[in-house]
Design a protein around this ligand. Structure first.
Ligand code: ADP
Length: 144
């Protein structure tokens, strides 16, 4: 079976993605791996907690998902990986839970994840990265 790599992408953060590109390309070359990109849209209550009245101010989830997929594809276009080995996933909910679930169902041989947002220097591992490192069954490459 082909080697499978899972790359979770936070589409709101360009710099994070920038740092993982060369690692993903290098790993993708080994045994012509299949590369799955995943972005997770945090659930609507998340926006509500930021004070947004999501029932009136936000577009429907389907529209959100379509836009997120377009954005994800734009971001992934900068990765030099043959198109036929690239796959896209858009999910809704908790990023860490969705990353772990997809890693299990694919099943992924490797997850490549950035450690945290560059501007948040208090922690060496962000909460999503930390949960993936701790709970994934497969190898995890944390890019710092
Ligand atoms: P921080 O809290 O500093 O943002 P995170 O642990 O959330 O740190 O982010 C580290 C990595 O987790 C990101 O580079 C990305 O790979 C993954 N990640 C975070 N949020 C999402 C998301 N919404 N969808 C997919 N992956 C995500």
């Amino acid at each position: 079976m082909a080697r499978i790599i899972l790359v979770p992408i936070d589409i709101s953060d360009k710099e994070l993605t920038q740092r993982v590109v060369c690692h993903v390309e290098a790993e993708a070359r080994i045994d012509d791996a299949e590369v799955h990109f995943l972005t997770v849209i945090p659930s609507l209550p998340y926006y509500a907690s930021l004070g947004m009245a999501y029932t009136t101010e936000l577009p429907p989830m389907d529209e959100f998902k379509a836009e997120s997929e377009t954005r994800l594809k734009e971001i992934v276009a900068q990765f030099a990986i043959p198109e036929d080995r690239v796959h896209f996933h858009v999910k809704e909910g908790s990023p860490k839970d969705n990353i772990l679930e997809l890693a299990k169902t694919l099943p992924a041989d490797l997850v490549i994840i950035a450690s945290h947002r560059p501007d948040i220097t208090t922690y060496l591992l962000g909460s999503n990265a930390a949960a993936v490192v701790r709970h994934a069954d497969c190898s995890v490459l944390v890019v710092r």
